[in-house]
Every structure is written in C-alpha cells, then in structure tokens.
Design a protein around this ligand. Structure first.
Ligand code: FAD
Ligand code: NAP
Ligand code: SF4
Length: 708
C-alpha cells in the first residue's frame, strides 16, 4: 500500500525540486521507497541475449547514477515457449539468476532500483514453438501457435512464478508482468484471440483468470516485500479489443491480487494506430491512465498507477503528475537519449537534457533487424563500455586547435565532444543558424521534436565552450593554423537532369522548406525517399500539425474512449481532414513507395499520406516538364512514361514540380584541402550521402571526436 506523496522543498543542490515537485517526490510502497516518480519503461536492447550481461549492467548503472527511481529491464522469457525469438534472454534457473547478479549489483551500488520484466510472447513469438490460448496466427509472425491444453496453461503460469522467484534470487527489487501490447496474457483476455471453451476461455471472468492467477501466485511465491508491477493493456487499439469495464475489472482485481504498481500498456503490436512515433502528440494516452485513476479512487484503491507513451520532458511529466493523471511516469526511450535526465531536472538543468525525438531510428528499428539498440541523439546508449569520451587531461593527450566546418548534426556533435574533452574547437557555418538540414526537418508537421534536438545542440555549444562562427563560409585558405580539420559540410541536392526543369514552377525541397517559395494547389513530387515523403506531408497539411492537436490526431487515426467503443477504435474509422493540396508522389523504382523508410515508422508515413489522398506512383520515367494541351485547354505539368519501353506517356497536370531526387556529398572544401596536401577528417554527408541520416552523421562524429 503506498502512502501519499510527500512534497520536499528545493535545496541549493536540487533547485529543480521547486520546478518539478511531483516528479521528484519519493513514492513510498510501504516495504520500500522509490526515490522519485520516474519509471524507466522496459525496452529490449539486444544486450539481454547471451550469457554475459556485463554490458547490460553498464547500461543500467549509468541510468541509476543518472537518478532514475525504478528501472525495468527488457523482457526476459519465463520459458522457451515464451521466447520472442530463438535463444532470447530467459530467466528460469538459478544458474541464469547468478548471471543476472552483475546487473542488480551494479544498479544497487549506484543507488538505484531495478525490476525484471517477464515477457511471454505467445502468438507473437518468432519461432515454431509458440503457444497461445487458441491456434490463431498473428499478423506479425509467420508462425502459427499451438493451442495450449489446460495442463499447458498451468505450466505457463508456473513458469511466470518461477521466473519471478529467480528474479528475486538474482537480486532484483521486483518484476514487471507483461500483460499488454498483445502478448500472451493479452491474448487470453481478448475474444478474437481466445476461442477456448474451457475454464480459460468463454466469458470475461474466465478469460481474465490467467493474469489473476499469475499475479496472485507470484505474490505468494515472492513474499510481500518485492515490487510486483503489472502492465495492464488499458486501450488495445485493435478490433475486438477489451471493453472499458473489462479493463477496469481486471485492473482492480490485479491490484487486490497483489500488484504493487500498475503500469499502462497502450495498443497491441498489431494495432494500426501509431502509439510512440514522433508524430504522436506528447502524452497522447495519459487520459486513459487518468480514467483508471478515477475508477481506482472511487473504489478506494491506492495502488500507484504509471502513465506512459510519448512523455519526453520533465515539464510534461510534472504536469501529468500535478494534475493527478498518474502516480508515476514511464519513460523508456528518453532515458536512452539521456542517462542523466532525472539528475539534470533535479539540478535545474533541464535545458541540457538530450531529448528523445521519438524517431525510433536507432532503438526500435534496430531491434527489428536484430541489431543492438542505440540512440540517434546519443550513440553511447548501449555502447557505454566502448564509446567513452575521456578528457584529454586523463589520457595525457596534447590539447589541439581544431576547426570543424559545418554546423549540421555531424559538425555539432564532433565539435562539442572534442571541446568537452578539452580541445580548442572552432565551429564554422555559412548559415546564420546552427543545425544544417535539421532546420528543414523541424518544419515538417509531425517532426516538431527536431526543435528539441536543436535546442540541446545549441546549449551544448555553450556549455562545452565551442567557439561558434556563423555566417562564415570557409575555404581551404581559411584553415591555416589548425592541428585538425573536420569537414562536415553536408550535401547538395542531386540534379535529376529532366528536360524543362529550369522552369520557375520547378522547385527544390530547399525552395519549399527553407526558402518558403509559394506552392500551388496541385503538385508533383519527383523522388519518394525520406525527403519526398516529408515534403508531401508538409504540402498536404499546410501548417496544421495534428501532432500539436490531440483531438484532431485522435480523429485522424480513429481513436476514441474505450468506454465508448471496445478497444478504443471509433466504429466509423479514421476521419482525417481533407488535404490542403492534391499531391502526386513519384519514383522510378517499381514497387511500394517508401520501402526504405524506417521499419517501425514507414507504415505510418504511408498510411498518413494515403489518408490525405496522395497518389503514389512507382515505375515511372520522367520524360519532360512543360506546357501541354489538356483536351482543348492549355496546361502545364510533368510528362511521365512507364517501364523500360517508355510506354503509356501520361501528363500529370500540376502547378509545381518539386525535386526530391536524393543528395550528393558536398566536398568542395575537402577537395581543396586534399589538393593542398592536408588530411581533413570527413564526416556525415560530406563523406557519403547515400543512405545518410542524422543517426549515421552523429554516430560517425561522436566516434571521431572520442579518439582525437
Ligand atoms: P548538414 O545537416 O547538411 O549540415 C552541413 C552544414 O555545413 C550546413 O549547415 C551548411 O551550411 C554547412 N556548410 C557547407 N559548406 C560550408 C562551408 N564551406 N563553410 C561553412 N559551412 C558550410 N535524418 C534523420 O535521421 N531523420 C529524419 O527524420 C530526417 N528528416 C529529414 C527531413 C528533411 C526535410 C531533411 C532535409 C533531412 C532530414 N534528415 C533526417 C536528414 C538529416 O538532416 C541529414 O542526414 C543530416 O542533417 C546530415 O548531417 P550533416 O551534418 O552531415 O550535414
Ligand atoms: P533518398 O532516400 O535516397 O531518396 C531519393 C529519391 O530520389 C528516391 O525516391 C529515388 O528514387 C529518387 N532518385 C534518385 N536519383 C534520381 C534521379 N537521378 N532522378 C530522379 N529521381 C531520383 O534521399 P532523400 O529523400 O533525399 O533523403 C536524404 C536522406 O535523408 C536519406 O538518406 C534519408 O535517410 C534521410 N531522411 C530521413 C528521414 C526519416 O524520416 N528517417 C526523412 C527525411 C530524410 P528512384 O531512384 O526510384 O526514382
Ligand atoms: Fe528516442 Fe530516436 Fe533515440 Fe530511439 S533513437 S531513443 S526514438 S531519439
């Protein structure tokens, strides 16, 4: 039973207490106290797999040092059937428990607390031994699960309980039972995945028996003084999902059955509503936890509730806690982005927080291709032992005078890390502001978080003592007297060489996004890479971003109160507003447009543009741009043909053609330096433009600056 929060007053060492009194207040669970309201949500990193968990220990140790109240590991399976993929991290034996001690000891030595997440994937398993309440294949795994017998169900429950006991043996402060996101437990709850007619299926009281038995029997086995978090799916976002009264019934039963904390789960993995991508409004689902708070209050239950999803700043977290939406906030990716998030907030340095921009590019997207997780804005995440920014004084390295040319993400990262390590760094950019292409990314509706990245990088320039020279185009002759020169000059747009492209109605993405040239009502976009998609978003929204307008975003994706419709999906489906323009997006390749976009976000971009009626056309040849006659009327537009034989020539009538045909490295400066016999370091777009993104630019820059 937790006691009400105690407000603490700000001290000179913790000036942030007056700014974030609710966030920084301890939470008393009776048998233990959590030092603040930050729960680091479970994230699979890839460090969980294998026998040596020392890198996982280093990763959690940094976050414990950084002040997080309670951390939850990525999911560990309680048995082989529950594996997410073959040989996924499992905790079932005392031998395995001993291997985890390196993690728990590292966290405790740093003053932190950590719970282990027990994850049974059920029919989401990516292996042939999958089990589920019924033999119904999921849309996200090729393996049809085996239907469990009643004895099989019993074996799974015992595996959960055993896993919790082993977690305690390993020194964990608690466990989180994963009951949401469409995994095993959720599959028992929903009618469309549970077709059983025995004691584990049928009406809701039988379908919810599984989680209840797991919670009650786990509590009995681990004793009263062990944190037991239950992750409850509060809004399933799938057809046939739970009704609100069912969710409330389960929440209350789980609380009474022994859960110390209830965490919020949002949406099944197979849901067609984005739940954590950058275009989702901040704290977009906190209202669901708030609804549950009201139910708990009315029932006299004081089990703390955790709210979750797209909470990435201390201000947002504080507001949610202050208005009583929840007792704790879960932040997962924001703590990948900045291990010191909590301490910085407590010290009144929240302007120095490296904010998670919710891009998924180095975290979730990596996991889906079996790559180690990291973070676009913090390449040290999950690489704590190998990417270390050591001060040059410690390494007894000579202080160097360095020039970094280009203040895009690559140049900014290299300059600030090198300066932080102790070098004298001069950073030059021809533009009047830092950020390079990020200044175009930030104007795309749904990409507002790029403002945070620029805020952070600007502050880093100030705190690390980089000498910044804006409005300064640099040539090789300007770079005498530097020990090291880093060229981070970025890219130039590729010239697609299409007949007629010199016409004033033909614009580049830079004309549209940076120079804000006027654009007519009908547009053809040449190139459907990341920038083509972004330009299309920009043109169909015309200044209105649903990311900043929660009701409009909910209507756009068809989300509603689960009390009004089971699963929280509007029966009438998505209701997007009409597009501001008629846009045609084109590429030469055959096949689906946007195939190269992020693994976990590409479908969102495609669905968003389809809702705005953007025509997506692949397999075209660009024949020419110019005037033509449409019937008897004079018109202007783009002539395309199809296939190798250039068949079916078709005019696309439009007011403007926008070129988004890729990029080439901008190497003028590097070539000049090389011609003079200098040996510059090239990073980011200046080195290689193919498949360039900010993730690669920042990672390269950090690794270079760490070793100079
Ligand atoms: P740049 O950002 O191009 O910076 C180069 C800098 O060098 C510029 O500021 C330029 O003024 C300066 N410069 C050049 N020559 C000189 C000189 N001689 N003297 C002084 N200064 C000079 N990436 C992602 O990872 N995720 C996204 O969601 C994403 N969205 C994007 C959306 C848009 C609309 C655009 C345009 C890009 C997006 N990108 C995204 C790509 C990302 O912005 C680039 O990959 C990244 O900015 C490249 O970094 P860079 O530092 O190498 O170069
Ligand atoms: P891109 O992703 O490489 O796409 C270039 C597009 O131009 C492709 O659709 C390509 O398709 C077309 N193209 C290439 N050569 C052409 C030619 N000669 N004539 C006409 N069309 C041509 O590059 P980008 O869109 O410029 O983006 C630049 C980088 O920024 C990318 O690497 C991307 O990763 C990054 N970015 C990322 C995001 C994100 O959300 N993660 C967003 C924006 C940008 P065809 O060859 O089939 O015609
Ligand atoms: Fe956040 Fe992107 Fe980093 Fe993932 S990669 S933690 S989404 S900033």
């Amino acid at each position: 039973m937790h006691t009400e929060r105690t407000m603490t007053t700000a001290t000179p060492s913790q000036p942030g207490l007056s700014l974030y009194p609710h966030l920084l207040a301890p939470l008393d669970l009776g048998f233990t106290q959590i030092k603040n309201r930050v729960l680091m949500g479970s994230m699979h990193t890839g460090l969980e797999d294998g026998r040596d968990l020392s890198k996982l220990a280093a990763y959690f140790r940094e976050r414990a040092v950084g002040g997080v109240g309670l951390m939850v590991t990525g999911g560990f399976a309680p048995n082989i059937a529950g594996w997410a993929k073959p040989f996924a991290g499992t905790l079932a034996t005392s031998g395995a428990a001993r291997r985890h001690e390196v993690v728990t000891q590292a966290v405790h030595a740093a003053g932190g607390k950590i719970a282990l997440q027990i994850l049974h994937t059920g029919r989401y398993a990516y292996h042939p031994l999958a089990v589920a309440p019924s033999a119904i294949k999921s849309p996200i795994s090729p393996f049809k699960p085996f239907e469990l017998s009643a004895r099989g169900v019993e074996r799974q429950i015992r595996a959960f309980v055993n896993c919790a006991v082993k977690a305690r043996e390993a020194g964990y402060d608690g466990v989180e039972i994963m009951g949401s996101e469409g995994y095993f437990i959720n599959q028992f709850l929903a009618k469309h995945t549970n077709h059983r007619d025995d004691a584990w299926g049928g009406d809701y009281s039988q379908r919810m028996r599984l989680p209840l038995e797991i919670v009650q029997r786990t509590r009995e086995a681990v004793g009263p003084d062990f944190i037991l978090i239950y992750r409850l799916s509060m809004i399933d976002l799938v057809p046939g999902g739970s009704a609100w009264d069912e969710v409330v019934t389960l929440g209350k039963a789980v609380a009474q059955g022994g859960a110390s904390i209830i965490n919020t789960g949002i949406g099944w993995h197979e849901a067609r509503v984005p739940t954590i991508a950058t275009s989702v409004p901040r704290a977009a689902f906190a209202w669901v936890t708030q609804k549950m708070k009201a139910e708990f209050k009315a029932a006299g239950l004081s089990t703390p509730l955790v709210t979750s999803n797209r909470i990435n700043t201390p201000e947002v977290a504080e507001q949610l806690l202050a208005e009583g939406s929840a007792d704790m906030v879960s932040m997962a990716r924001p703590l990948l982005a900045d291990a010191e998030f909590v301490n910085k907030a407590a010290q009144g340095r929240s302007d120095e927080i490296n904010t998670c921009i919710a891009c998924n590019q180095a975290c979730l997207d990596h996991i889906f291709v079996n790559k180690l997780t990291s973070c676009l804005v913090n390449p040290r995440a999950c690489h704590e032992t190998e990417l270390v920014y050591r001060p040059i004084s410690e390494l007894k390295v000579q202080r160097k005078r360095m020039a970094v040319v280009g203040a895009g993400p690559a140049g900014l990262t290299a300059a600030t890390i090198a300066a932080e390590r102790g070098h004298e760094v001069h950073l030059f950019d021809a533009a009047p502001e830092i950020g390079g292409q990020l200044n175009m990314a930030k104007v795309i509706p749904g990409k507002e978080e790029f403002h945070e990245m620029l805020r952070y990088l600007k502050r880093r320039v100030e705190t690390t003592g980089v000498q910044l020279h804006l409005n300064t185009a640099v040539n090789a002759a300007d770079l005498q007297g530097y020990d090291e020169v880093i060229v981070a000059t970025g890219v130039s747009p590729r010239d697609p060489r299409i007949e007629g492209q010199d016409h004033p109605q033909v614009l580049s993405y830079i004309d549209v996004l940076r120079r804000k040239k006027p654009v007519g009502g009908k547009v053809a976009i040449i190139g459907a890479g990341g920038i083509g998609f972004d330009v299309a978003e920009y043109l169909v929204h015309e200044g209105h971003s649903t990311t900043l307008d929660l009701p409009a975003w909910q209507a756009e994706w068809g989300v509603t109160d689960p009390a009004a419709a089971p699963g929280g999906l509007r029966p009438e489906g998505p209701q997007p507003t009409p597009p501001a323009r008629e846009v045609t997006l084109l590429q030469r390749k055959q096949g689906k447009l946007g195939d190269g976009l992020g693994k976990t976000t590409g479908w969102i971009h495609r669905a968003a543009l389809k809702m705005k009626r953007v025509k997506m056309v692949g397999g075209v040849n660009y024949e020419r741009i110019g005037a033509f006659t449409d019937g008897t009327n004079p018109a202007w537009g783009l002539l395309v043909s199809y296939g190798d034989k250039r068949e079916n020539p078709t005019w696309i009538a439009c007011d403007n053609v926008v070129l988004c045909a890729g990029q080439l490295p901008l190497r003028t400066l590097a070539d000049e330096l090389l011609a003079m016999g200098r040996k510059p370091h090239l990073i980011g777009g200046a080195l290689e433009a193919g498949e360039l993104d900010a993730k690669r630019a920042i990672d390269q820059a950090a690794r270079l600056a760490a070793r100079l």
